[in-house]
Design a protein around this ligand. Structure first.
Ligand SMILES: *Cc1c(COP(=O)(O)O)cnc(C)c1O
Length: 800
């Protein structure tokens, strides 16, 4: 492997010649990119091999993170940086006349997820490797990632397939040797042998071959290299006898075709269920086989393997591991069950009723007959336990049932089959204990805990914001790079006027980079000296982009009607994808785009407001968006956002949070203090108290600002078709505004005024931003992962 620039150049030239039979000069850009990618992967592979050998030799316990989603983004920069060879490669390429940025831009985002949940999994992988912890990902190799979003002439979201594999995935290695057979459909024959033991034979099943593609996960400043294993469905050698081959093949290909473009409501159920079992079954069987290559049997499995279930999507791992232990390896029920519970841990990500997974009994019984038998047995045994421990409380027994009203309740299965259940922010963990899982807290109080989410400062600060990283280094030295808690030393300098000026200068640089990006992506020119007020996240009613929109409409109307009213120029920036079937969310996107056209082109506004919707929110967009923000909009209805991680990315880059006391905003507020953020709106308790009496109509009738803003939605201001935005009005007034947008409107207007006042005092503003940066180490996923490793997984750093 190359160790300096000259060696890199030689190897690169050789590689291009070997792969494409050409000189570097004659090779195409994509060929250069592929060659470089291959070199970097090989570079990582040496450490990969060493890591695996070391784990086996030391008999270390390993963790496997089972997640339907890994929103990884691009890896070239990240891997070059983490490997510490970025500058060598950059300079080598430069000498060959190649701009490394051009090659970086050729990489497609690995968009194997919807949003926060998938990005969390990706940040966790980076932290695991960087902390030298043996922790691996298990997921699906989706042919297409989450759709790419385009905006048409009318402002509508248009979904375009995300062909992320078009150039191939330079990071993956196909491992056909480790393929696993996965069985669907068919039925189970039960028989008894001479010793009276039962045997379960899954017959007439449709077999599908799961083939793993492994991606190395390289940590920073370590040789430790973990694995993200992505499973791909292929035709099995055992073909179904009763089905046309082409039909079978189409069904096989469908399994990994795409990411489910909906993170709130389960749809297309059977296929989604297939996906879930597919990657869980494959992942578990591979883990068992790997274990048996090192150890004589599975008796010590719980000492060597921990599995974290990211939400309920992979919860079939619980009955599947039972199946493997009992049917394949002869363990008795109780022994198997004790092992399963010790291996499994579950993370809850939502309390939204519509997002809690429930499967019709028929679906599971038909698609996964043996798994269904096991779920039934888990349910029966648990019901017996409750009958004994809580005699007379039949209501409790009913509430904790896994199978209830002909549906399988996955969250209940998860809680019963895991030794640890965690929420993802302090307030969220309290809410799930108080509401969603309150019965289970009585039964298993010791299982519940909190692990506040985090983000990797490497991607979200060092690599995406080198300007700020350099400023911090110049101020407190570079120790914080490897020991991120040290960034708090910045607190000793937040009053330094010079530093405040330099911070504002860095922010200005980042804003100008975003201005360029906005121009390229939308054609809109924005003023980099205006306040950049950013709301970037999935579009969902509970996240209340609509509250932001109503406030913009109010300001716009006020500017038009009151010539003396002026505000500091503000650019309202949105980025959000809506689930394709989510009508309300798509209307809000359209409305934002209409606002943008009307307001940006209205001379009466005198440049005081601009509205920008940047299409196709993704990790690579977030990398230029978050660090250019002045204001971070985190305005969900209190109690609805489990944690949020976008809020952390903004904070780490010195944006001021404008938020409700929801999710991790609560902890941000505790850390930075009320003078360094702007908190508004109903609290969780106030929401609960108001709900039974809430009448949205009263707010419309009594507050002319609300009245006028809502009326504008149906009077042709934003669309020549007055019915265009009627669904939004209906949602607010006739469906009584489920997320209390109108109830928080007044508080939000006032909070926005506070933001402006604060911003006008530049030095105080810069100081607040610096406090946010200094306190952000708490939201490093390194902190989160250390807590998981210590409290739940019991894994230790490995030394190579
Ligand atoms: C961080 C991130 C999210 C999560 O944002 P929230 O504001 O926490 O909902 C979603 N999508 C992408 C691309 C992200 O980078």
């Amino acid at each position: 492997m190359f160790t300096n620039k000259e060696e890199f150049i030689n190897e690169f030239e050789l590689r291009i010649a070997e792969m494409y039979g050409r000189s570097v000069e004659q090779s195409h850009r994509t060929e250069k990119y592929m060659a470089l990618g291959e070199m970097v992967r090989e570079y990582a592979s040496l450490n990969w091999k060493a890591t695996k050998e070391e784990v086996a030799k030391n008999e270390d316990k390993q963790m496997f993170y089972f997640s339907m989603e890994f929103l990884i983004g691009r890896l070239l920069t990240n891997n070059l940086m983490n490997l510490g060879i970025y500058n060598t490669v950059k300079e080598g390429l430069q000498e060959l006349g190649i701009d490394i940025n051009e090659l970086e831009d050729l990489e497609s985002d690995a968009g194997l997820g919807n949003g926060g949940l998938g990005r969390l999994a990706a940040c966790f992988l980076d932290s695991l490797a960087s902390l030298q912890l043996p922790g691996n990902g298990n997921c699906i190799r989706y042919q297409y990632g989450l759709f790419r979003q385009k905006i048409d002439q009318e402002g509508n979201q248009v979904e375009v397939p995300d062909q992320w594999l078009k150039l191939g995935n330079i990071w993956e290695v196909r491992k056909p040797k480790h393929a696993v057979n996965v069985k669907f459909w068919g039925h189970v024959n039960v028989s008894q042998d001479q010793e009276g033991r039962f045997h379960f034979d899954h017959v007439d099943a449709e077999n599908i071959l799961a083939v793993p593609y492994d991606m190395p996960v390289v940590g920073k400043g370590t040789k430790e290299t973990n694995t993200l294993r992505l499973w791909s469905a292929e035709a099995s050698d055992i073909l179904p006898s009763n089905k046309d081959f082409r039909k079978y093949l189409a069904e096989v290909q469908e399994i990994c075709l795409n990411v489910y473009p909906d993170d709130s409501t389960p749809e297309g159920k059977i296929l989604r269920l297939k996906q879930q079992y597919f990657f869980v079954c494959a992942g578990l069987n591979a883990i068992i086989r790997a274990h048996l290559r090192v150890y004589p049997n599975l008796d010590n499995l719980v000492d060597k393997v921990a599995i974290q279930l990211n939400d309920t999507h992979p919860v079939l791992a619980i009955p599947e591991l039972m199946r493997i232990l009992m049917d394949d390896y002869g363990y008795e029920w109780m022994d198997a069950w004790n092992m399963v519970v010790k291996v499994m841990a579950y993370t809850n990500h939502t309390i939204l009723q519509e997002a809690l997974e429930k499967w019709p009994v028929d679906y599971i019984r038909n698609l996964l007959p043996r798994i269904y038998m096991i779920i039934e047995e888990i349910n029966n045994r648990f019901q017996n336990k409750i009958a004994i421990e809580y005699p007379g409380d039949s209501d409790m027994a009913h509430r904790v049932e896994i199978i209830r009203d002909d549906q399988v309740h996955m969250a209940n299965l998860a809680v019963i089959g895991s030794h640890s259940i965690n929420g993802v922010a302090k307030i969220h963990s309290e809410i799930i204990k108080r509401d969603l899982f309150k019965d289970f807290v009585k039964i298993y109080p010791e299982r519940f805990n909190n692990k506040t989410n985090g983000i990797t400062q490497r991607r979200w600060l060092y690599y995406s914001n080198p300007q700020l990283t350099k400023l911090i280094t110049n101020t407190i030295g570079s120790d914080f790079i490897d020991d991120f808690e040290k960034i708090e030393e910045l607190m000793n300098h937040v009053d330094d006027k010079n530093l405040q000026q330099e911070f504002l200068h860095v922010k200005q640089q980042r804003k100008e980079i975003l201005v360029e990006e906005i121009k390229n992506r939308t054609g809109i020119l924005v003023d980099s000296t205006s306040i950049f007020d950013v709301q970037a996240k999935r579009l969902h009613a509970y996240k209340r982009q609509l509250l932001n929109v109503l406030h913009i409409i109010y300001q716009y109307q006020r500017i038009k009607s009151d010539p003396t009213y002026t505000i500091h120029p503000r650019t309202y920036i949105f980025a959000a994808k809506a689930a394709p079937a989510y009508v309300f969310a798509k209307k809000v996107i359209k409305l934002i785009n209409k606002l943008s056209v009307v307001i940006n082109n209205d001379p009466a506004v005198k440049g005081m407001i601009k509205v920008v919707f940047i299409p196709n929110y993704s990790v690579s967009l977030a990398e230029v968006l978050m660090n250019a923000a002045d204001v971070s909009e985190q305005i969900s209805t209190a109690g609805k956002e489990a944690s949020g991680t976008g809020n952390m990315k903004f904070m780490m880059n010195g944006a001021i949070t404008l938020g409700t006391l929801d999710g991790a905003n609560v902890e941000i507020d505790e850390l930075v203090g009320r003078e360094n953020d702007v908190i508004f709106g109903l609290t969780v308790e106030e929401v609960a108290a108001l709900k039974p009496y809430y009448r949205a109509r009263n707010y419309y009738d009594n507050d002319p600002r609300i009245h006028n803003a809502i009326d504008s939605l149906v009077d042709g201001t934003w669309s020549s078709d007055p019915n265009e935005f009627k669904v939004i009005v209906d949602d607010l007034l006739y469906r009584n505004d489920e997320y209390l947008v109108l109830a928080d409107f007044d508080a939000y207007v006032k909070a926005q005024e506070v933001i402006e006042q604060k911003y006008l005092n530049k030095e105080e503003w810069a100081k607040s931003c610096l406090v946010n940066v200094a306190k952000s180490h708490f939201f490093s996923s390194d902190r989160t992962i250390r807590q998981y490793a210590e409290d739940i997984w019991h894994i230790r750093p490995i030394k190579i």
